[in-house]
Design a protein around this ligand. Structure first.
Ligand SMILES: NC(=O)c1ccc[n+]([C@@H]2O[C@H](COP(=O)([O-])OP(=O)(O)OC[C@H]3O[C@@H](n4cnc5c(N)ncnc54)[C@H](OP(=O)(O)O)[C@@H]3O)[C@@H](O)[C@H]2O)c1
Length: 371
C-alpha cells in the first residue's frame, strides 16, 4: 500500500484507510496527498442565512427553519459555511430546557464541519478555504453558515469527508476523554457501556475493545445488539427485556466491572452502581432517560466506589487539549480502529424529524444534518 504523508499536528495519516461504515456497506475514503488548498475565495453571500431557531422550549416542533443575520467575523473569528452538522443528545437537552440556553431565541447545535469563507482580523492561523470542524460553545451549528472563535476550530484532514468528520468530532472526543482520561481503560478490564449502539456508545465500544478490554454493552433491541457485536461488544444485554445487573454478575462470575459508562441516567443509574466491582468507577456522563435521582454518599461506601459526572468540555479546555483529543480520534479513524457509522442523514431544515427519531430511540450510530 502506498503511503503518503499528511501532517496533522503530531499525526501521520496513511494514504488509504477504511473509514466509513454506513448502515449498508463499508465505504472507502481516500486521503489526498496534499493539504487542503487555500485558494477558496471569500464568500460573497449576504449576511442572511437559513438556520434552525428555538423561540420557546418544548418538543421537536419548536425547531423552526428561519432566516437569521450572521454578519462578518470580527477579530479572532472566522465565518464557516457548514457542510455537515452533527446531532447530539445535548441538543435535545437544550431544546427541552434540561440545560439552559443563554438566551432565546437560540440556534441549537454543538458540532459541525465546514469551509472557512471569511477570516477576521488578527492572527488566527486559519485561511479562507480551510476545512474545519467545531465542537461546543457557543452553541449554534444548526445553520447554513456561522461565526466561530478561531481558537476553537479544528483543522480536518482532507481525507475525511465532512459528514464523517461531523459524526466523530464531539462523539469521538467524548469517547476519547472517557476511556483515555476520565477512567483509563486497560487490557484485562471488563467494562459496561449503556446505549452501546448509540453515537457515543458505538465509538466507546470499538475503542475499548481495541484497548484490550472485555466490553459488555446494553441496547434496546436485536438490530442494535447486532451492531454492538460488530462494534466489539463481547456480551450484549437487551436491557428492556433482561435484568442487566443479574446478567453482568453472571458474565463476571459475581465480581462486577471496573467501570460503567452510563449515559442513560435515570433508568440505569442505580443498577449501574450495583454492577461495579470493589473500587470500581461509576462514570455518569448523560441522562437520555432523565436525570438520575440524588445518590446518598453512603451508597458508594460498601464498594469504596468512585463516582464522577464529567463533561467533554472540561477535558478540552485548552487548544492543546482540543487538538490532542481530535488528533487521537482522527488517527483511530484513519487506522481503522474506529468505523464511523453515519447511519442517518437529514436535510438541515428537517432537524425536528432528526430530534424526534433520536429521542424515540429509532437511531443508531451518528445522526447528521446536511445544509
Ligand atoms: N458528558 C459529555 O460530555 C457527553 C458528551 C456527549 C454525549 N453525552 C451523552 O451521551 C449520551 C449519548 O449521546 P448521543 O448523542 O450519542 O445519543 P445516542 O446514544 O445516539 O442516543 C441515545 C440512546 O440512549 C438510549 N436510551 C435509553 N433510554 C432512553 C430514553 N428513555 N430516551 C431516549 N434514549 C434512550 C437509546 O439507545 P437504546 O435504544 O439502545 O436504549 C438511544 O438510542 C447522551 O446521554 C448524551 O447526553 C455526554
Amino acid at each position: 500500500m502506498s503511503v503518503s504523508i499528511l501532517k496533522y499536528q503530531n499525526l501521520l495519516l496513511l494514504r488509504h484507510s477504511l473509514i466509513l461504515v454506513p448502515k449498508t456497506p463499508l465505504t472507502r475514503v481516500t486521503i489526498k496527498s496534499s493539504l487542503i488548498t487555500k485558494s477558496f475565495s471569500s464568500s460573497s453571500s449576504s449576511d442572511m442565512v437559513k438556520a434552525i431557531r428555538v423561540h420557546e422550549l418544548g418538543g421537536p416542533q419548536v425547531l423552526k427553519w428561519e432566516d437569521v443575520e450572521i454578519g462578518e467575523p470580527k477579530e479572532g473569528e472566522v465565518r464557516v459555511k457548514n457542510k455537515a452538522i452533527g446531532v447530539n443528545f445535548i441538543d435535545v437537552y437544550f431544546r427541552k430546557g434540561v440545560y439552559n440556553a443563554p438566551s432565546k431565541p437560540f440556534t441549537p447545535g454543538m458540532e459541525a464541519v465546514g469551509i472557512v469563507t471569511a477570516v477576521g482580523s488578527g492572527p488566527t492561523g486559519i485561511q479562507v478555504g480551510d476545512l474545519v470542524g467545531y465542537v461546543g460553545q457557543p452553541m449554534g451549528t444548526y445553520a447554513e453558515e456561522q461565526i466561530l472563535p478561531s481558537n476553537r476550530v479544528i483543522p480536518i484532514p482532507s481525507s475525511i469527508e465532512p459528514a464523517v468528520a461531523a459524526s466523530i468530532l464531539l462523539k469521538g472526543m467524548t469517547a476519547q476523554f472517557l476511556i483515555r482520561s476520565c477512567f483509563k481503560v486497560e487490557p484485562g478490564h471488563t467494562i459496561l457501556v449503556h446505549a452501546a449502539a448509540g453515537g457515543v456508545g458505538s465509538l466507546l465500544c470499538q475503542w475499548a475493545n481495541a484497548l484490550g478490554a472485555t466490553v459488555i454493552g446494553t441496547v434496546s433491541n436485536k438490530e442494535k445488539a447486532a451492531q454492538a457485536k460488530e462494534d466489539g461488544c463481547h456480551h450484549v444485554i437487551l436491557y428492556k427485556e433482561e435484568d442487566f445487573v443479574a446478567r453482568v454478575k453472571e458474565i463476571t462470575s459475581g465480581s462486577g466491572v471496573e467501570v460503567v459508562y452510563d449515559s442513560v441516567g435515570k433508568d440505569t443509574f442505580e443498577g449501574s452502581l450495583a454492577c461495579l466491582k470493589l473500587r470500581g468507577y461509576m462514570v455518569s456522563f448523560g441522562q437520555s432517560s432523565g436525570t438520575p435521582d440524588p445518590v446518598p454518599l453512603s451508597s458508594l461506601a460498601s464498594k469504596a466506589a468512585f463516582l464522577t459526572r464529567p463533561s467533554l468540555f472540561q477535558y478540552v479546555l485548552t487548544r492543546d487539549e482540543l487538538l490532542k483529543a481530535a488528533g487521537e480520534v482522527f488517527a483511530n479513524v484513519v487506522s481503522g480502529v474506529l468505523k464511523v457509522r453515519v447511519n442517518h442523514t437529514y436535510p438541515l431544515s428537517e432537524a425536528a424529524k432528526a430530534h424526534e427519531d433520536l429521542e424515540n430511540r429509532k437511531t443508531s450510530g451518528s445522526v447528521v444534518l446536511i445544509p
